[in-house]
Design a binder for this molecule. Structure first.
Ligand code: NAD
Ligand code: UDP
Ligand code: UDP
Length: 338
C-alpha cells in the first residue's frame, strides 16, 4: 500500500511518467534532520524510493543507525553524525527538520528546538531551500477546544514538566514564521498527532510502544490515571504521506497531521489485548503532571488543501508494529518487519 500511495505523488510530479525528457522533475537534494529516528527513517525510505538524494543529519540521541542500514551503500544517501545545535553548511533544496528529543523520558531539551531550528532556518535562508518543521499537537497543551483546529492557540503551562517540549515546539513554529515573513524563507509547518509504527523506540515511554512491549513480554499494561484520557493514533505511513504532500504543496500551514480516530487509554489497552494477548493484565499507575485529558485532530484543512487523510486504522496498523517489536524484542529474524 505504501508503494501505491507513493506512486500517487510520483505520477503527480512526473505527469504520469510520460513527460518529455528535459521536463522531468529535478532530482532533489533533501536534508532530513533526525532521519535516523522513527518517523525520519520512514520518510527517508520514501524519498530514496522516488529517486531523491538524501542527507541525514542525526546525533543518534534517540535514533539509530540500524534504521538506515539498508541505505548505507546507496550513493544517493549520506549519513552525517552531527548535533543540529551546532551550525552546519550543506547545499540542499528541501529541509525536513525532525531532529528533536521527542519522547517523554528524554523530554528535557528545549535547546534543540530553539537552536537546532534556528540553525536549520539559517541554512534554508542561505541556500534558498524550502523548510518543513515537524511541530506537534502538544502546542495545543491541555486543549480547551475539542477536536483541535489549527486556529486554536492552545492551553500550555510555560513552566510545567512538559513545557520544554511543547513550548520548544511553539518557539520553533515562531522562528519558522519569522524567517518566512521577514526573510522570505519558504516554510511548511506540520502539527503531528501521536504516531506509531515499526521502528518506534521500544522503551521510550510512549503509550503504544509501552503497551505493545508489555503485552509481548507478558507484563501488565500500565494505564496511567483512570485511563479515560484520549488520544488519536496515526500510523507512520499516513504521516509520511502527509509530510511529503505538505512539502510539495503551496501552503505554509500549520496543518494538523493525525488520525481522527479517538481512543481512551483503556480502549487502546483493549485493542492491544485483542492483537497480542487477550489475557494481558492491566495495572493502573499515577498519571504524569499536566497530562492532556483529550486530544483529537480536526484535519479538515489538510483534507481540503493537501488532499490528504489517513488510510490506516489502529486495528490495521498495530499488527505491523507488533511484528517489528516481536522481532526486535525476541530477535527472531524470520518474522517480517512490516
Ligand atoms: P525520534 O526520537 O525517533 O526521532 C528524532 C531524531 O532526532 C532521532 O533520530 C534523534 O537522534 C535525533 N536528534 C535529537 N536531537 C538531535 C540533535 N540535537 N541533533 C541531531 N539529531 C537529533 O522521534 P520521532 O517520533 O521520529 O519524531 C520525529 C519528529 O516528529 C520530532 O520532531 C517530533 O517532535 C515530531 N513528532 C513526533 C510525534 C510522534 O508521535 N512520533 C508526534 C508529534 C511530533
Ligand atoms: N547557519 C547554519 N548553516 C548555514 C547558515 C546558517 O548552521 O548554512 C546557522 C548560523 O550559524 C546561525 C543560524 O544558522 O547560528 C542563523 O543564521 P542566520 O544567518 O539566519 O542568522 P545570523 O547568523 O545572521 O544571526
Ligand atoms: N500512558 C499510559 N501508560 C503508559 C504510557 C502513557 O496510560 O505506559 C498515557 C499517558 O498518561 C497519556 C497517554 O497515554 O495520557 C499518551 O501518552 P504518550 O506519552 O504516549 O503521548 P502524549 O502524552 O505525548 O500524547
Amino acid at each position: 500500500s505504501n508503494r501505491n500511495v507513493n506512486a500517487g505523488i510520483f505520477i503527480k510530479c512526473f505527469a504520469g511518467g510520460k513527460v518529455p525528457l528535459g521536463l522531468k522533475r529535478k532530482n532533489l537534494r533533501v536534508l532530513v534532520t533526525g532521519g535516523a529516528g522513527f518517523v525520519g527513517s520512514h520518510l527517508v525510505d520514501r524519498l530514496i524510493e522516488r529517486g531523491d538524494s538524501v542527507i541525514v543529519v542525526d546525533n543518534f540521541f534517540t535514533g539509530q543507525k540500524e534504521n538506515l542500514l539498508h541505505h548505507l551503500n546507496n550513493p544517493k544517501f549520506e549519513l552525517v553524525r552531527h548535533d543540529v545545535v551546532e551550525p552546519i553548511l550543506l547545499e540542499v533544496d528541501h529541509i525536513y527538520h525532525l531532529a528533536c528529543p521527542a519522547s517523554p523520558v528524554h523530554y528535557k531539551d528545549h535547546k534543540t528546538n530553539v537552536m537546532g531550528t534556528l540553525n536549520m532556518l539559517g541554512l534554508a535562508k542561505r541556500v534558498g531551500a524550502r523548510f518543513l518543521i515537524t511541530s506537534t499537537s502538544e502546542v495545543y497543551g491541555d486543549p480547551l477546544q475539542h477536536p483541535q483546529v489549527e486556529t486554536y492557540w492552545g492551553n500550555v503551562n510555560p513552566i510545567g514538566v512538559r513545557s520544554c517540549y511543547d513550548e520548544g515546539k511553539r518557539t520553533a513554529e515562531t522562528l519558522a514564521m519569522d524567517y518566512h515573513r521577514g526573510l522570505n524563507v519558504e516554510v511548511r509547518i506540520a502539527r503531528i498527532f501521536n504516531t506509531y509504527g515499526p521502528r518506534m523506540c521500544i522503551d521510550d515511554g510512549r503509550v503504544v510502544s509501552n503497551f505493545v512491549a508489555q503485552a509481548l513480554r507478558k507484563q501488565p499494561l500500565t494505564v496511567y490515571g483512570d485511563g479515560k484520557q484520549t488520544r488519536s493514533f496515526q500510523y507512520v505511513s499516513d504521516l509520511v504521506e502527509g509530510l511529503m504532500r505538505l512539502m510539495e504543496g503551496n501552503h505554509v500551514g500549520p496543518f494538523n497531521l493525525g488520525n481522527p480516530g479517538e481512543f481512551t487509554m483503556l480502549e487502546l489497552a483493549k485493542v492491544v489485548q485483542e492483537t497480542i494477548d487477550p489475557n494481558a493484565k492491566i495495572e493502573f499507575k499515577p498519571n504524569t503532571e499536566d497530562d492532556p485529558h483529550k486530544r483529537k485532530p480536526d484535519i479538515s484543512k489538510a483534507k481540503q488543501l493537501l488532499g490528504w487523510e489517513p488510510t490506516v486504522s489502529l486495528r490495521q496498523g498495530l499488527p505491523r508494529m507488533v511484528d517489528d517489536f516481536r522481532r526486535r524484542i525476541f530477535g527472531d529474524d524470520k518474522l517480517d518487519s512490516g
